[in-house]
Design a protein. Structure first.
Length: 163
């Protein structure tokens, strides 16, 4: 094998690694937590379901149909809920940008990172940290008398007696 062939192969491998790392970073999240909050804010203000889905990640075992996302966007237009959510996300983003920053008051950072229906998650990667804006999953367990009908989000569920 000539030096030229070795150089071409080495260059190709290096290029492949650089592209692979770039794709991995792009897929795994943003490197700017404040940008996530701005994109989240814009998606809500524009009532854009697709932009909202691009910004907010959900757990793989969680279903979040477009109709429910539309309902969430409507809820986010309630001024008090919107302001509270944005305040929490902005404080979380500020914390991740400067971990020495702590909000004044009685709230510790663990409580802060566990507040709200939406949160910013930090992930350690080979080339640094990346951040994802996620929706917090909520699990609902309902009990009722046998033969009761439960209605939730427009669907009816029949409670059947065990045995």
């Amino acid at each position: 094998m000539t030096k030229k062939n070795v150089f071409i192969i080495s260059g190709g491998v290096a290029l492949f690694l650089i592209i692979g790392i770039g794709i991995a970073i792009g897929v795994s999240g943003s490197n700017d937590p404040q940008q996530l909050t701005e994109d989240f804010h814009d998606a809500i203000q524009e009532n854009d379901v697709d932009a909202f889905k691009d910004v907010v990640e959900v757990d793989s075992d969680m279903a979040w149909p477009d109709e429910q996302i539309e309902t969430t966007l409507e809820m986010m237009h309630e001024p008090e809920y919107f302001e509270e959510t944005m305040q929490i996300l902005n404080i979380q983003a500020s914390y991740y940008e400067d971990e020495d920053m702590m909000p004044a008051g009685e709230v510790n950072i663990h409580e802060l990172l566990n507040m709200g229906a939406f949160y910013i998650e930090e992930e350690d990667n080979v080339l640094g940290n990346s951040y994802n804006l996620r929706v917090r999953p909520y699990h609902l367990q309902v009990s009722a008398d046998a033969d009761a009908d439960i209605h939730f989000l427009g669907d009816a569920y029949k409670i059947e007696e065990d045995g």
